[in-house]
Design a protein around this ligand. Structure first.
Ligand SMILES: [Zn+2]
Length: 345
């Protein structure tokens, strides 16, 4: 089959990988319909984090082509959403809501396990991992939003959920990448009344507004904090969502959060938490990799109802043979998020 192959920093190209087959009786083979490039794929692409040579890409939707004898809950022909990791959903960590820590689980597109940027994927623990999509004939815009549940929308939701966003809240979102934009949408979905998005890019500001941002702050650092304080009568936000992962963005989120609130962190940390400063303001933080498998069922309902449309974050599209362009467009910040169209439902 054809698939994106990572062979080193700056080098992701379409190439050949063996056709996936059922190895364990709990496996399924899924024919990929849509895949995409994640902000975290860019760390490997830029050489900022190591990645094994081989398969890459951990977000996809597709159609079940084969299912092993012990696979329950999904059937051949089902359209399915794959969370970005696979998990058994039965171990103490999965049952406690932390699927990322599942000892039986693992990552798609890690070099060895098939990636979502390919024609097909062998999915381990398929019955507990894949979420079937009810109905048929979903329009393309809905398929794009279903793809967003694989990681980016689940991650944005995680930021809002762990920060305790609730009805009537004022929320500050730090980061205008695809995750930050989805965090805006997630905050609106949870009932936030006022959502302050920090963004300096007109195209991203527009998506933020469509997703529910009521205020845009085009500043950074201390200036952005001052702007949030001014917008909140000097109090600060009821919740701040950190969707970048740099020391500066974390500092901005902590300073924009009101005393006694919680910062939701989903940007992979590159830097330190301002420990003493947060202590004396009783500001806490929660976060980490999203348990996407746990969030997908509830978010899926809202996508199918048309209540949320996270697929709007995909503003660049290509096919598998041009996957290198999908990476370049994001690396050069021409695209918020690149979609890779692989097949049809
Ligand atoms: Zn588990």
């Amino acid at each position: 089959m054809r698939a994106a192959i990572f062979s080193g920093p700056g080098a992701v190209e379409a190439g050949d990988r063996p056709d996936p087959v059922i190895v364990e009786s709990t496996d399924a083979v899924v024919r990929v319909v849509l895949g995409c490039v994640c902000g975290s794929d860019l760390w490997y692409y830029r050489g900022e984090s190591p990645h094994a040579a081989g398969s890459i890409g951990h977000e996809f939707i597709g159609v079940v082509e084969q299912a092993g004898a012990e696979v329950r809950g999904i059937r051949v022909g089902d359209l399915v959403v794959a969370p970005f990791i696979y998990s058994d959903m039965s171990c103490p960590h999965c049952l406690n809501g932390s699927t990322i820590s599942c000892p039986a689980g693992g990552n798609f597109g890690n070099g060895t396990i098939d990636g979502g940027q390919g024609e097909a994927v062998r999915v381990p623990l398929a019955g507990s991992t894949l979420v079937p999509v009810p109905g048929s004939g979903h329009p393309d815009a809905m398929l794009r939003s279903l793809l967003a549940l694989s990681d980016v929308m689940s991650t944005g939701h995680h930021a809002a959920a762990v920060a305790g966003v609730k009805k009537g809240d004022t929320v500050a979102v730090v980061g205008d990448g695809a995750v930050g934009l989805c965090a805006v949408l997630a905050a609106r979905r949870l009932g936030a009344e006022r959502i302050i998005a920090l963004s300096r890019h007109p195209g991203r500001q527009q998506v933020a507004r469509e997703f529910g941002a009521t205020d845009i702050v085009a500043a950074r650092g201390d200036e952005a904090v001052q702007a949030v304080l001014e917008l909140t009568g000097g109090i600060g936000a009821d919740a701040a969502l950190e969707c970048v992962g740099t020391e500066q963005s974390a500092a901005t989120a902590f300073a924009a959060a009101r005393p006694g609130s919680t910062v939701g962190i989903v940007g992979v940390p590159h830097g330190q938490v301002p420990f003493a400063q947060t202590f004396f303001r009783n500001v806490g933080w929660r976060g980490g990799p999203a348990p996407a498998r746990i969030y997908i069922p509830e978010l899926l309902g809202d996508v199918l109802d048309g209540a949320i449309n996270p697929g709007l974050v995909f503003d660049y599209e290509t096919d598998l043979e041009h996957v290198a362009d999908a990476y370049r467009a994001m690396d050069e910040r021409r695209a918020i998020k690149s979609l890779v169209r692989v097949g049809t439902v």
